[in-house]
Ligand binder design. Structure first.
Ligand code: ADP
Length: 501
């Protein structure tokens, strides 16, 4: 099959979250399965500053945006260690900026315009590059106009008749919501600005647009696919998702074990696998404690958190439990993240007051993320909701026992340490239900007591997790099915329209 990925983030070129990891790894896995894959993303400043080989292609295009014409051009590179081509849409006024979507906590005012341009440019590039395409795989609101353009403008366009679209929802809470006049930027007729298609309570909703027009929909775990069909995780779009439930499936993200594997990870003080984890993790833990300025104490469990400092991730609960635990429990906290200023303040203050118990690094560092995974004993994810979550999958591989809230992908990937699951040797972590500090406290306490008092159980949890295989192979097979189903639906749509004529 010929597949084009259109995404606003692709690792290692530009990343703010899991979306980038997916779009950096899944194309390579699909190519391995024999598909023809190409990737398209904006040429951000980060991309142009990257040390990876990128060259101009001499392909230019003019894109209508509202009542102006905006010029762009294409650059070309490849996903690392692969032959998968990646095309970068260059337009410096839109993309040569310090951050991807926002600056100092404020979204860029022209985000709708920037990504409308990117969507149109990606579609035009197919023609200009003479690509043969079966499916365009779109991701989140930033590329959600592509299914609409395919449906409205390109359905009968030579070369595009058979191009279908699959839209993957990585996080339904981010919808690309803009004031109604931005409809003019899209160039689409006002007749589509109605509550069944592009409008959402008087505003333009790009993600909704994609949900309505895409030939197929996926999200990144089965549980999340269920959860978003009702309130509150449907975030107001539950009705649209219910209507389109036949086109919607859940496919859990995989892990790129070329990058996330303690046996080969070059960022670690020691490398280890399931047969050598005790010594390996002990060395990584001491190195992490030292790096963070925490006392180097082998018996004190280290609880790690890595992620965006956003409400979604449960930081309010973490702050409450940390405040209580600093005086009560012999546990160290290692925190890595960036995001909402309020959490920067809370975490900064807590680590200043309790430097031998709490260490936070409020920055984005791939290197530290690896060292946290290897050096910690437990990995905490008390998310309000979690479409898939990658860190718990990395933690399993690194022998770092996840403590998670029962939501979304966390439910699909972590098996709770109940007596039944322990006796059949499937348990891999600790799971709590209620979104409350009390429930989090209880689960984490159980984890700490197990760590101290039941070393055999701890060993079983660590080793069961480390032996699991969450590589992309299985998920890529499921994406193949989703692409075929999308193609089929596009075909049926064309036939339906032909019969109506
Ligand atoms: P989300 O996509 O909601 O942010 P995921 O768990 O799916 O959450 O993916 C987050 C990814 O981003 C992981 O690869 C994680 O290691 C990485 N990450 C998040 N914050 C940081 C940070 N401050 N430094 C390094 N990596 C980070």
């Amino acid at each position: 099959m010929n597949i084009v990925f259109a995404s606003s983030e692709v690792a290692p070129f530009a990343k703010t979250g899991g979306l980038a990891d997916v779009c950096g790894a899944l194309p390579i896995e699909l190519a391995r399965l024999g598909h023809n894959v190409a990737v398209m993303m904006p040429a951000y400043r980060q991309v142009k500053q990257s040390t990876l080989a990128i060259e101009p292609l001499g392909v230019k295009f003019d894109i209508p945006i509202g009542n102006k014409i905006v010029r762009g051009r294409l650059l070309r590179g490849a996903l690392p260690d692969s032959d998968v081509p990646i095309f970068f849409v260059e337009q410096d006024e839109y993309f040569d900026r310090p951050e991807l979507y926002r600056l100092k906590g404020e979204d860029y005012k022209d985000n709708c315009e920037r990504f409308t341009f990117f969507c149109r440019a990606a579609l035009e590039s197919i023609r200009l590059l003479n690509l043969s395409v079966d499916v365009i795989h779109c991701h989140d609101w930033q590329t959600s106009l592509i299914p609409a353009y395919l449906h409205i403008e390109y359905l009968h366009c030579h070369g595009y008749e058979h191009v279908s679209s699959l839209l993957t929802i990585h996080n339904l809470a981010y919808q690309g919501l803009f004031w109604h006049w931005d409809m003019l930027l899209t160039g689409l007729d006002w007749k589509y600005f109605n509550w069944n298609q592009m409008e959402f309570y008087g505003k333009l909703n790009l993600l909704k647009t994609g949900l309505v027009f895409a030939d197929g929909l996926t999200t990144v775990s089965q549980r999340y696919a269920q959860e978003i069909q009702s309130d509150p995780l449907g975030c107001g779009l539950e009705g649209v998702l219910q209507q389109r439930r036949d086109a919607l499936s859940g496919i859990v993200n995989g892990v790129d074990y070329g990058v996330w594997n303690p046996a080969t990870d070059v960022h670690l003080a020691a490398r280890y696998d399931v047969s050598s984890w005790r010594a390996g993790k002990a060395a990584c833990k001491a190195a992490l404690q030292q790096e963070l300025g925490l006392p180097v104490l082998p018996q004190t469990p280290v609880v790690a958190l890595v992620g965006r400092l956003a409400d979604q991730k449960g930081w309010d609960l973490v702050a409450e439990v940390m405040r209580r635990w600093v005086n009560e429990m012999d546990v160290q906290w290692a925190i890595l993240g960036t995001g909402e200023p309020i959490y920067h303040d809370i975490l900064g203050e807590l680590s200043q007051h309790h430097p031998d118990k709490i260490a936070s690094r409020l920055e984005f560092s791939d290197l530290l993320a690896h060292q946290f995974e290897a050096g910690a004993d437990m990995f905490l994810m008390p998310s309000r909701y979690e479409p898939c979550g990658l860190n718990q999958l990395y933690s399993l591989k690194y022998g770092t026992v996840p403590v998670v809230r029962a939501t979304g992908g966390l439910v699909d990937t972590v098996v709770a340490a109940t007596p039944a699951n322990l006796s059949d040797k499937t348990a891999t972590g600790f799971v709590f239900e209620d979104y409350s500090a009390v429930a989090l406290d209880r689960a984490l306490r159980e984890a700490a007591l197990t760590y101290w008092q039941k070393p055999a159980v701890w060993q079983q949890l660590v080793e069961t997790g480390m032996r699991q295989d969450w590589s992309w192979a299985a998920s890529a097979r499921q994406y193949e099915q989703a692409y075929s189903a999308a193609k089929q639906r596009r075909q049926e749509l064309r036939e339906r329209l032909k019969n109506q004529r």
